[in-house]
Design a protein around this ligand. Structure first.
Ligand SMILES: Cc1cc2nc3c(=O)[nH]c(=O)nc-3n(C[C@H](O)[C@H](O)[C@H](O)COP(=O)(O)OP(=O)(O)OC[C@H]3O[C@@H](n4cnc5c(N)ncnc54)[C@H](O)[C@@H]3O)c2cc1C
Length: 519
């Protein structure tokens, strides 16, 4: 009987307390968390505005090059309803007190931040790659929560109220939110207001009574095809005379005049083929270029406008969330590299023992990535708005590791695998399946285990180290140099460090070199 009612009400199969609250205490409330099927359907129903190879993709949920990205994000929805993952993947909304997916939550404690990094590692292990269609949006939610709060406090505006209202809607609909921050940027030596082409940075081109019209582009946006909505914010700090660039908002991914081009990556067309040459079919990393060709943003979805002094702090908060928790995604990627290197060592008949030192080195790098990110989360601070932000310095240090260690891990993984783990050294699935050629491939590609297992793992190594599964380690979350600026700002070489050494060595004279001003 109860199951029947639940089905009728479309209440997902979640824990008994939640059922009780929703069904008996607040029976009029709609279910909060979507099933994987409901999520995929919500994406399928959207207007087609994604292009690739010069053609419109009619249905991103079934098209070969986009469906894996959606499958990966769908796995988050699926797992959030599984009892064993609920504690990690769900939390209580600070707005409605209802159970929600953590990807839509405001992090309020260090435990919330640590859950974030743990989720990112778990999801990478589950899908074999990045699930950016929800992760970058999560950082944007937290950045905007605190920033809108501060703006209202200073200017008496109602941006925070608007943001809360939109977030409540997003939570109730259990939306997948991608984060669109990076602008096209044009000439990197010039700031937004100095660009020859004003559209190089997204900006307001028209103000109407009920909203604004924006033009520009947001580029390399992870998982945009798998998102219901986009959070859009400036990519950099702004000068006072750059008001038209100071705009943050949320917009449906299929809004009118919004066009997406899904990027091309190495081996892309393999996704259209049958067989194991894809490397992994559990998920799919994806980045899109998003063109805002005069897109109207209604007033209730604008979270700040013209407040230039808040653009920089908003970006910094976003960066703290993103850079710290990337330690989790990239450790998840490392887990796959370690696992596939071990698998190949067994398939080749050697087992892992001869490679213990190399594998341990990979493990140390992995736990450095995760540990540094987790420390950034643990040592963060609560903002007066109630949101909790990872530590700036440690987040940026994590980012530096993210931009280096995965590349070193890839080298070791390929070294352990042998030539079969490198590019261009494995026959195709079609040859493996060919009635005549296949016999040769099967006879000579086998190791201690079968040729099929060996080829499958070789493809996984290719996928994880340089193929379809590689996420944005170098520039995702900002360039390493941008992270180094934050690190440098936090390290007081000529103050704290100089005085520390002087005190311990009992140096009392003034030894500091003072830079002479250039004449
Ligand atoms: C796989 C991947 C996924 C991504 N996902 C997202 C996403 O989901 N959402 C999103 O918003 N963005 C995303 N990005 C974009 C990412 O945030 C940017 O790539 C990053 O911020 C760097 O910007 P850029 O690519 O324009 O590099 P550039 O700004 O062109 O930088 C190139 C180099 O020049 C240096 N440089 C730039 N300007 C200066 C200057 N004035 N002086 C000195 N040096 C300078 C930089 O440090 C860098 O080394 C993603 C990127 C990648 C690669």
């Amino acid at each position: 009987m109860e199951d029947g009612i639940l089905r009728l009400l479309q209440v997902p199969n979640v824990d008994p307390t939640y059922r009780y609250l929703n069904l008996y205490l607040f029976p009029c409330l709609p279910p909060i968390m979507k099933t994987a099927e409901e999520y995929v359907e919500s994406i399928r129903k959207m207007r087609s505005n994604v292009y690739q190879f010069g053609k419109l993709i009619e249905d991103v949920t079934t098209h070969g090059t986009t469906k894996y990205t959606i499958k990966g994000v769908a796995r988050i929805y699926e797992m959030a309803l599984m009892p064993e993952y609920q504690e990690l993947l769900t939390t209580t909304s600070n707005l409605t007190r209802k159970k929600i997916n953590r990807y839509l939550s405001v992090m309020e404690t260090r435990d919330d931040a640590i859950a974030n990094i743990k989720i990112k590692r778990l999801m990478f292990q589950q899908t074999g790659t990045c699930t950016g269609g929800r992760c970058v949006g999560w950082s944007g939610i937290n950045a905007l929560w605190a920033t809108t709060y501060e703006i209202d406090k200073k200017h008496g505006t109602d941006y925070h109220t608007r943001f809360r209202k939109w977030l409540e809607f997003a939570q109730n609909e259990d939306l997948a939110i991608a984060g669109a921050i990076t602008d096209a940027k044009g000439n990197r030596a010039l700031s937004p207001g100095q660009q020859e082409d004003k559209d190089a940075y997204l900006h307001v081109v028209e103000k109407r009574g009920n909203g604004v019209v924006v033009r520009g582009a947001k580029v390399m946006i992870s998982g945009a095809v798998a998102a219901n909505e986009l959070i859009v914010m400036p990519t950099t700090g702004l000068r006072e005379d750059e008001k038209e660039y100071a705009v943050a908002f949320a917009i449906p991914r299929d809004a009118e005049n919004l066009v997406l081009i899904e990027n091309r990556r190495t081996g892309e067309t393999r996704k259209l083929e049958d067989g194991f040459d894809k490397g992994c079919e559990k998920g799919g990393v994806s980045e899109s270029w998003i063109f805002f060709n005069d897109v109207f943003v209604p007033e209730d979805r604008i979270f700040f406008l013209e407040t230039t002094e808040f653009a920089g702090p908003c970006v910094m908060r976003f960066a703290a969330c993103e850079r710290s928790t990337m330690g989790g995604c990239v450790a998840g990627q490392g887990d796959i590299k370690i696992g596939s290197a071990v698998a190949m060592s067994h398939i080749n008949g050697l087992g892992s023992k001869p490679f213990n030192e190399k594998l341990t080195r990979m493990g140390v790098m992995n736990e450095t990535l995760f540990g540094c990110g987790a420390a950034a989360c643990a040592l963060g601070k609560k903002h007066e708005s109630g949101a909790f932000f990872p530590d700036d310095l440690l987040s940026s240090v994590t980012k530096i590791h993210v931009a280096t260690l995965p590349y070193e891990q890839s080298v070791i993984c390929q070294e352990i695998a042998g030539g079969i783990g490198e590019v261009g050294c494995v026959p195709s699935y079609q040859d493996f399946m060919h009635p005549e050629l296949g016999k040769l491939v099967k006879k000579y590609c086998k190791g201690k285990a079968s040729a099929e297992s060996r080829l499958r793992v070789a493809r996984l190594i290719e996928y994880a180290t340089m193929g379809l599964g590689v996420p944005g380690c170098m520039h995702g979350g900002g360039s390493p140099d941008a992270a180094k600026l934050v690190i440098r700002r936090n390290l007081d070489f000529d103050g704290f460090y100089l005085e520390l050494a002087k005190r311990l060595a009992d140096v009392s004279e003034d030894i500091r070199v003072r830079e002479e001003k250039k004449k």
